[in-house]
Each structure stands twice: as structure tokens, then as C-alpha cells.
Design a protein around this ligand. Structure first.
Ligand code: ATP
Length: 230
């Protein structure tokens, strides 16, 4: 019985489930396309946290230009004190390739089975989702939210269309009724045609990267000559 004399429903948790997103990537280096997307994603989905998770060894692309520790340090600098954004180093603490299914399983263990877990990714990364390890399992662990990118517009390959069958929902409310399993495509307000590839190319050529990434990140990578020699 509660203090008011009413019976307490032991099966009902009074706090709403936590809403957590992971945005994985190479962050080689972090730029405003990542950071602004993370802030707007948090607002659009009313998330408690967006965890930006650098991969130590991305399975489907070449070796990053800069060490995992440096990419994480730049990411931390870029996030600064932004509310609700977290630099999450869990993939750097594991050996071997960084599989998102392992990362989501680890987040699920941490936040519990009722948490609304979201794997967010840009349209370019989404196009290759069917090639990832255990793509079906990703949907057992989390929702997938795709962020539109103005610099990446290609149509979906057949294998991806099959993987997504019956999963797509139209709005955030429909997404959040379950802990995992749905797909939502989002067009965030500030779509930015910024890529790390362009940032690296500019740095290698000695051209300006001002306003493509936070000034603290720019200062750090210029002072350490991090991407200077292309
Ligand atoms: P690169 O040019 O080296 O491929 P990138 O800029 O795409 O890098 P990643 O670290 O590979 O950056 O991206 C991490 C995640 O952030 C991916 O899901 C990617 O699609 C997404 N992302 C990157 N840039 C943007 C952007 N400008 N707008 C929205 N999402 C982005």
C-alpha cells in the first residue's frame, strides 16, 4: 500500500522510458554536419542523450587518417558543453572491428530493455546498411533513424528495401511506442553539405576549414598539423 492508502502497482514504472540515440562514425574529424545533426536529432526525437561513438576500426572503409585517441579528443573538444551530447568511447575500448550490433547490445545492457534506443545515421551510411554484420539484429536492438544529407541522394539498393519491409513509420510518436524495430527517415532543419572528406582535403591543401567545424577543433588540428600531409 502507498502512503495515500492506494495499492501500489509494482508492475508500473512511473518514469517514462529513457530515449537514447547513438550516432556512430569515424569522426575523422568531427565537423558541424555531425554536431548540428546531433543537436537537431535530439530535439526532433525528444532524446535524453545523443551518444557520438567513434569507431576504432570501421569495418567497411579504409583506415582513418588520425588515431582513435586523437579523433576522440577532437570529438570531445567539438561537443564541449553542449547539453545532451556525449562522446562515447566504448568502441575504442574493444579490440577488433567496430560492429554497431555490439555497440547497441552494450547500450541496451546499460539502459535496459524499455529504453527507446535509436541508431542514427546519415543517408550515405544508410545506403550500405544491408552489408553490415547482422543487419536484422540491429532492428532487434534499436530503431534506425536516417538523417537526410543534401550531398548524398542516391536511391536505395534492392537488398536494403527487402531489409526494411514493414518497418518504416511516419513520425516520432509511432517510433517511440516500442523500444526498437522501426525505421524513420528525418529531414532535419539545417541540412549541411559538410563532409569529413572535404575537411581533410582542404587541410591537406592548406585551405581554410573555418566554419566547417568548431573553432576549438580547428585550432587543435592546425596546431598539431593533423591532416596537413595528404
Ligand atoms: P567521410 O567524408 O570521411 O566519409 P563523414 O563526414 O560522412 O566522413 P562520418 O564520421 O563517416 O563522417 O559520419 C558519421 C555519421 O554522421 C554517418 O552516419 C554520416 O552519414 C553522418 N553524417 C556525416 N556528415 C553529415 C552531415 N553533413 N549531415 C548529416 N549526417 C552526417
Amino acid at each position: 500500500m502507498s502512503q495515500s492508502g492506494l495499492p501500489v502497482r509494482a508492475d508500473r514504472d512511473p518514469s517514462p522510458p529513457r530515449r537514447i540515440a547513438m550516432l556512430g562514425g569515424t569522426f575523422d574529424p568531427v565537423h558541424h554536419g555531425h554536431l548540428r545533426s546531433a543537436v537537431e536529432l535530439r530535439e526532433a526525437l525528444a532524446l535524453d542523450e545523443v551518444r557520438l561513438v567513434p569507431a576504432s576500426m570501421p569495418p567497411l572503409r579504409g583506415e582513418p587518417r588520425v588515431s582513435p585517441a586523437d579523433r576522440l579528443a577532437l570529438l570531445r573538444l567539438g561537443i564541449g558543453d553542449t547539453p545532451g551530447l556525449v562522446a562515447d568511447s566504448r568502441e575504442l575500448e574493444r579490440d577488433g572491428p567496430s560492429y554497431s550490433a555490439d555497440t547497441l547490445a552494450s547500450l541496451r545492457r546499460e539502459f535496459g530493455r524499455e529504453a527507446r534506443l535509436v541508431m542514427a545515421l546519415g543517408h550515405d551510411a544508410f545506403l550500405r546498411l544491408a552489408d553490415w554484420r547482422e543487419p536484422q539484429q540491429l532492428f532487434e536492438l534499436a530503431h534506425v533513424v536516417v538523417i537526410d544529407r543534401p550531398d548524398h541522394q542516391a536511391a536505395l539498393p534492392e537488398a536494403l528495401i527487402e531489409l526494411l519491409a514493414g518497418r518504416e513509420v511516419d513520425d516520432v510518436e509511432a517510433l517511440m511506442v516500442r523500444p526498437a524495430g522501426y525505421l524513420l527517415r528525418l529531414r532535419l532543419p539545417s541540412r549541411m553539405a559538410i563532409s569529413a572528406t572535404e575537411v581533410r582535403q582542404r587541410l591537406a591543401a592548406g585551405r581554410s576549414v573555418r566554419y566547417l567545424l568548431p573553432e576549438a577543433v580547428e585550432a587543435q588540428l592546425l596546431s598539431r598539423d593533423l591532416y596537413r600531409h595528404g
